[in-house]
Design a protein around this ligand. Sequence first.
Ligand code: NAD
Length: 467
Amino acid sequence: MKKILFYLIGAVLLVFSGCAGSGNGYRIVDNTIVFDVPERAEGQKSVLGLRTEPLDTVRVGFIGLGMRGPGAVKRFTYLDGVEIKALCDLLPDRVATARKILADRGWPEAAEYSGEDGWKALCERNDIDLVYICTGWQKHVEMAVYAMRHGKHVAIEVPAATSVKECWELVDVAEQTQRHCMMLENCVYDFFEMTVLNMAQQGLFGEILHVEGGYIHNLDEFWDRYQGNWRLAFNQEHKGDVYATHGLGPACQVLDIHRGDRMTRLVSMETVSVNGAATAKKLMDAGTFANGDHTVTMIQTARGRSILLQHNVYTPRPYSREYQVTGTKGFANKYPSEGFAFSDTDPEKFGLADHEDLSGHSFVSEETRKMLMEKYRHPITAEIEAKAREVGGHGGMDFIMDYRLVYCLRNGLPLDQDVYDAAEWSCIGDLSAASIENGNMPVEFPDFTRGDWNKTDGYRHAVAPVR
Ligand SMILES: NC(=O)c1ccc[n+]([C@@H]2O[C@H](COP(=O)([O-])OP(=O)(O)OC[C@H]3O[C@@H](n4cnc5c(N)ncnc54)[C@H](O)[C@@H]3O)[C@@H](O)[C@H]2O)c1
């Protein structure tokens, strides 16, 4: 009898608290999915605008030397004020490939680690300042947390985390250890995105109302190249926009997310999985596939602005990150061809030829577009563009990212991307999956800053005072 009563009370509580999905860390309140926001623990403090002791030399260890990692090792050999102390991969032959990169570039040998747990010994070294993680998604948080707990700053490939719970883990450990935790979102450093950010900050688009972004990249030729099949295996099990950061990063910077605005809710929809399912059948003999071929997510911000995100890594389409910025006075578009449209004609801002018609109905001429790209080249891009293009890495943006990371660490400045960016941009996978799994229900964003999202006045790259 007691047992029946116990179950009855349990069932009633479940109905009244609307606990569907609570195993995933969320509740349903008034037809909205709400993820729990854990209390900030005693002694733990915000890392908003975190500055740490300037490092004369940034001593780095790399973990994960597959398709992505070796390029990072090579890029670092072109940076000043850097020592490469250690290299690590599960597989020893991949460490050997990175060793050759150092040798070919005339750099000293680094310590080497391999095997499932070799990375722990790397993190435990006392001659490393920064651990740079380029493994599959499933290992990012475990490694970053361990590294921060051993006093290291961390840089983590995208997405930094695979769930809201993991996002909180990064935030909490960064706040407890007061270490930098930066996600390596490289697309915010691409030349067009940097120029548009600069133009937006100088008011050329008026008030920014809506931004679009996405990741449209058919991965057919890559699926069987991810070590241990980590990527297809993840997508096979997860719905949602699991790779949102390339599209979302530039949108969040231009919208000053957690620097005056914040993402408050999203709704996601997906198509049926046709190509993804067929790939998983072929490569994994899987009978099911969770991730829809095309996923669309709409996001609302506290200041009444919106973001549209798309994810499709399965169907034949030209590569696109969809980047579009809509403002009250202008518009920028990146794919398939870069263009601007404006209604404003302030000659101070535009310096246009007399004949230029800025009605906003059509793109400015090619001549004007080029002139604007020059005139509004971001100061950081101007500083390093030539070298970035020479070193490369997605045309140069990867090098600008590494350059900025090292510059900020060496000058004791806040990094361009903090742990709250990492969490906000990475949580989309989990939030969009929750929306889709509950019939496209709205999902409230957790505030990873725990109330501090309005304390910084706009997004800015930190710059060291001229000495
Ligand atoms: N920013 C970008 O433009 C971009 C581009 C490609 C990949 N990525 C990201 O980079 C990361 C790696 O992707 P990839 O394409 O190189 O995958 P990959 O499978 O080629 O490489 C992952 C590497 O991690 C290693 N690894 C796995 N377990 C390990 C362990 N326990 N210890 C040490 N090493 C371990 C694997 O052996 C492999 O070499 C992912 O997060 C991915 O999303 C980002």
